[in-house]
Write a protein that binds this ligand. Structure first.
Ligand code: ADP
Ligand code: ASP
Ligand code: MG
Length: 410
């Protein structure tokens, strides 16, 4: 009998009626397979909990934050198990700690170290549907941790790997992975298959349909991931190994990320060892820096700018103000009104001129590029936030990704 791990995101379980629908869908799948179901917190519950914490404390203690955030998913597992009982199914809910989801100690962005899944195995052997809380785990000090926003995707993929499931199905409010966020680009096209590498790049560059760490995990353990709609039965997008049947296009998708901030250290003395001090201070606090730009030095001084997750901005500015004083820089500035737009595609490996076309497209729309970075299969530009939609649509057109175009040319 096949073993399937299904994950239902927040919008799929936003109210009791929707939980009832999910229960019916799960019950249908349970006919021919053994099932593990991972769920998120209901609707925007996690955002609400984050807000509550910030009303109490400007920078809440990370341990207590995880204690708070983990409650969201626990509500959904119990309600879904009850709904399944109502349909005559045997089902049992489990928290992350109960299924042996062991993580490191990095509160609010913990990494998975091991999964025993013993309780899940026992439930499956007893013919039960196992309903597991996404997003949460337990550190080796027995503290509750969470896996970063969107982390239920990771719970699902990790359980699928641990149990050697046949597939991990991610049910969400769109029916697959599109060439761009379909909520921004009406003409976006659903991809039938996408490689782990492309999906990883798209997810890390802002396509939040899958959490990037879940894709990393899926690639590492070869878990086939099927992204599909909770509300429709159409097949979605298969995230899998690169294969010759995938379309050989230059650019696969356009992504955007509005969750970043730009931080600059101004008038830094231009001498060896300075960058090491600046980034060493940030790295020691576990803050991941993304794009970095250092200007040409004019009179022995230079500016260094970089981007980072907006949620880490205050901590980074605090550390850097200290570093700036120590190294004799003028000060630290930050800007939240930025967005990163990117084009992604394995086809770029063997083609030149892709970046140039991206820059021309943005220039034609009168959009100034503040920072640029490239990888083997992506090019990203930081622009002013208010141009995000315009930029994404223009790039989607320029690389001919739209559904209309595809119908005639592919
Ligand atoms: P869930 O609550 O189910 O985890 P998310 O909100 O995390 O769902 O992810 C689904 C959303 O991802 C979609 O509503 C869509 O707006 C967004 N998204 C961004 N980029 C893409 C893309 N390339 N393809 C599909 N969806 C995308
Ligand atoms: N509830 C968590 C979040 O909103 C985890 C998830 O939904 O994947 O980030
Ligand atoms: Mg999500």
């Amino acid at each position: 009998m096949t073993l399937i791990v299904q994950k239902y995101g927040g919008s799929s379980v936003a109210d009791t009626e929707k939980i009832g629908n999910v229960a019916r869908r799960v019950a249908e799948s349970a006919r021919g397979s053994r099932l593990v179901v991972v769920v998120s917190a209901m609707g925007k519950t996690t955002d609400g909990l984050v807000n509550l914490a910030h009303q109490i404390a400007p920078s809440p203690d990370p341990r207590e934050m995880d204690m708070l955030l983990a409650t969201g998913e626990q509500v959904t597992i119990a309600l879904l198990a009850m709904a399944l009982h109502g349909l005559g199914h045997k089902a049992r809910s489990f928290t992350g700690p109960q299924v042996g989801m062991r993580t490191d100690r990095a509160h609010t962005k913990a990494r998975i170290k091991a999964i025993t899944a013993e309780r899940v195995r026992r439930a499956l052997e007893a013919g039960e549907i196992a309903v597991v809380a996404g997003f949460q785990g337990l550190s080796d000090e027995d503290e509750i941790t969470t896996l970063g926003r969107g982390g239920s995707d990771l719970t699902a993929v990790a359980l699928a790997a641990a149990l050697a499931a046949d597939v991990c199905e991610i049910y969400t409010d769109v029916d697959g992975v599109y060439t761009a966020d379909p909520n921004i680009v009406p003409d976006a096209r659903k991809l039938g298959r996408v490689s782990y590498d492309e999906m990883l790049e798209m997810a890390s560059l802002g396509a939040k349909v899958l959490q990037s760490r879940s894709v990393e995990f899926a690639k590492k353990y070869g878990v086939p991931v099927h992204v599909r709609s909770t509300f429709k039965s159409d097949p979605g997008t298969l995230v899998t190994m690169e294969d010759p049947h995938m379309e050989s296009v230059l650019v696969t998708g356009v992504t955007h990320d509005r969750g970043q901030a730009k931080v600059s250290i101004l008038r830094v003395p231009d001498r060896p060892g300075i960058a090491a001090q600046v980034f060493g201070g940030v790295a020691e606090r576990g803050i991941v820096v993304d794009m970095i730009v250092q200007n040409i030095s004019r009179d022995g001084y230079t500016d260094i700018s970089f981007t980072l997750p907006r949620t880490d901005r205050d901590r980074a500015v605090a550390v850097l103000s200290e570093v700036a004083r120590r190294i004799g820089a003028e000060g630290v500035a930050h800007d939240d009104r930025i967005a990163k737009v990117s084009i992604v595609g394995v086809g770029m490996r063997s083609h030149s001129g892709v970046a140039a076309r991206m820059f021309q497209t943005l220039s034609r729309e009168g959009i100034n590029i503040q920072m640029i970075s490239t990888s083997e299969i992506a090019v990203s530009c930081v622009i002013e936030d208010k141009y995000t939609e315009l930029a994404v649509r223009a790039l989607h057109d320029a690389f001919e990704l739209g559904a209309e175009r595809a119908a005639t040319s592919r």
